[in-house]
Design a protein around this ligand. Structure first.
Ligand code: NAD
Length: 482
């Protein structure tokens, strides 16, 4: 069914027709259209919301945690069974190199299994305020959830919202990004194979513009919005949600610094920074986009990183050995080339990225770039660039490292490189980021919370705290009257 068309999935059925036409799905490694997806509409979005509402109110889903656990486990098994095929599709659709795409699928089924366990561990509390006076605090599913995700990790970002929502007993309407409807449909088809899941508990509607997303953030029958995407769109979602006071969980943009001290193991630091900056071609919210280095090791780190960036193997996401695939699409390739031109004029280029020459001319490639800059207020330091481009900045001491690292409006993730444990602990406490890694970068785990400070978001996903977005706490009070 998914060979070349990603259909909407509503009320447990695939929609066969495409009343609003078909959008092309491109492979960014060669620019070829290899699939298509029907456009969504406000009407289809409303239909999906009502299907989710009906399933939530009329089935045993909300009150049967063992059923929910079984569904999540069966879904995880199906995703694992089809892991190679879906990883291949993901690499073709968003340009993530195959090894990273395969890792993403593994993380997806691991996450689903984790929340299957959590589904059976949602407990309330009781409190006795006096003789014959009893309070029950129950944890109940919040209702219908819209899950809006970006293209950069369409499996893990989807599963990390959908799995806790389902574990909590909610029903869901998904909206994938326009660039990755095929991978999304493949994940939906894994749910479709789980026959014990009541129809309408999960639904999905594609779209190209903002019509579907607007319905999913304003519809009165939506109780919770779990959004992952840019801070700019997050602000629109939050404003939309205000009208009907929805719960919002926002996982937004980032501008992760990597901070290198002279006490670092430089081999580890350079390898981690290269990997952390170039994972998914630099198009990951947690990717390293700033490298801050202590004066005394600055020249050494600069030289080593320059060599590492220059030696990066760029190419088709499915070619073995390739480290850096293409940028997601042509508009983003053009946007990044413009940023490189600006960095060349307004900062000092260390490695200048290019489209990779004739060999790569059909795809949307950009080789890695690094520029030196001193002004932390410059847009190039302040804004999320979302590509294989990093700034290199100096600091004189620990205080300046903290001040410069915290000097953007984002607060998603950071990493610190030092073998001095006391220094790591001090940095860990002073950095205003939801995650701080020591001597490594991008270690994301199903079991531990992730999320942003400041304009990087609200709420936490992964771990037990993710359940908070999808549960209401109710107080039921009983008085015996005796
Ligand atoms: P985006 O905000 O443009 O789009 C994200 C999703 O929102 C897409 O599905 C898009 O179609 C939808 N959308 C766009 N406008 C909308 C509207 N008005 N109403 C409702 N939905 C709307 O982001 P993108 O370019 O697809 O993804 C990259 C961004 O996502 C980066 O900023 C990145 O940092 C962020 N991101 C954050 C995390 C995290 O965990 N914090 C993870 C991945 C990506």
């Amino acid at each position: 069914m998914f060979e070349d068309t990603a259909r909407h999935y509503i009320g447990g059925a695939w929609l066969g027709d495409a009343p609003h036409g078909l959008m092309p799905v491109e492979n960014p490694s060669d620019g070829n259209v290899f699939a298509q997806a029907p456009y969504g509409s406000a009407e289809l979005a409303s239909q999906a919301v009502m299907a989710a509402r009906h399933a939530f109110e009329s089935t045993e889903w909300a009150s049967n945690p063992r059923l929910r656990a079984t569904v999540l486990l069966n879904f995880a098994d199906e995703l694992e069974r089809r892991a190679d095929e879906i990883a291949d599709l993901l690499a073709r659709e968003n340009g993530k190199v195959y090894a990273q795409a395969r890792h993403e699928i593994t993380a997806g089924y691991s996450e689903a299994r984790y929340y299957a366990g959590i589904a059976r561990n949602v407990f309330g509390r009781t409190f006795e305020s006096g003789p014959g006076k009893m309070s029950l605090m129950t944890r109940e599913p919040a209702g219908v959830v819209s899950v809006i995700v970006p293209w950069n990790a369409p499996v893990t970002l989807l599963v990390r919202s959908v799995a806790p929502a389902l574990a909590a007993g909610c029903s869901v309407v998904v909206k994938p990004a326009p660039q990755t409807p095929m991978t999304n449909a493949a994940v939906m088809s894994c749910f479709d194979r789980v026959h014990s899941m009541p129809a309408g508990i999960i639904n999905s509607v594609n779209e190209y513009g903002t019509e579907v997303g607007t319905v999913l953030s304003t519809h009165p029958e939506i109780d919770v919005i779990s959004f992952t995407g840019s801070s700019k769109t997050g602000k629109i979602i939050m404003a939309n949600a205000a009208e009907t006071i929805k719960h919002v969980s926002l996982e937004l943009g980032g501008k992760a610094p990597a901070i290198v001290f002279d006490s670092a193991d430089l081999d580890t630091a350079v390898a981690e920074i290269k990997r952390g900056a170039l994972a998914l071609n630099g198009q990951m919210c947690t990717c390293i986009s700033r490298v801050l280095v202590l004066d005394s090791v600055y020249d050494e780190v600069r030289l080593r990183l320059r060599n590492a960036f220059e030696q990066t193997k760029v190419g088709d996401a499915l070619t073995p050995g390739v480290e850096l695939g293409p940028i997601i699409d042509k508009p983003n390739q053009e946007r990044l080339l413009g940023i490189i031109d600006r960095a060349d004029q307004e900062a000092r280029m260390v490695v200048r990225g290019t489209t990779g020459g004739n060999d790569l001319s059909k795809g949307y490639f950009i080789t890695p770039s690094m520029f030196e800059i001193d002004d932390v207020t410059h847009d190039l330091v302040q804004d999320e660039l979302f590509g294989p481009i990093v700034s290199l900045e100096r600091f004189a001491d620990e205080a300046e490292a903290i001040e410069k690292s915290n000097a953007t409006r984002y607060g998603l993730a950071a990493s610190v490189y030092t073998r001095d444990l006391n220094l790591s602990m001090r940095m860990g406490r002073k950095l205003k980021f939801g995650t701080v890694w020591m001597n490594c970068h991008n270690r994301l785990l199903a079991e531990v919370e992730t999320g942003g400070y400041r304009e990087s978001g609200i709420g936490r996903l992964h771990g037990t705290e993710a359940m908070n977005d999808f549960l209401e706490t109710k107080h039921i009070y009983y008085e015996s009257g005796e």
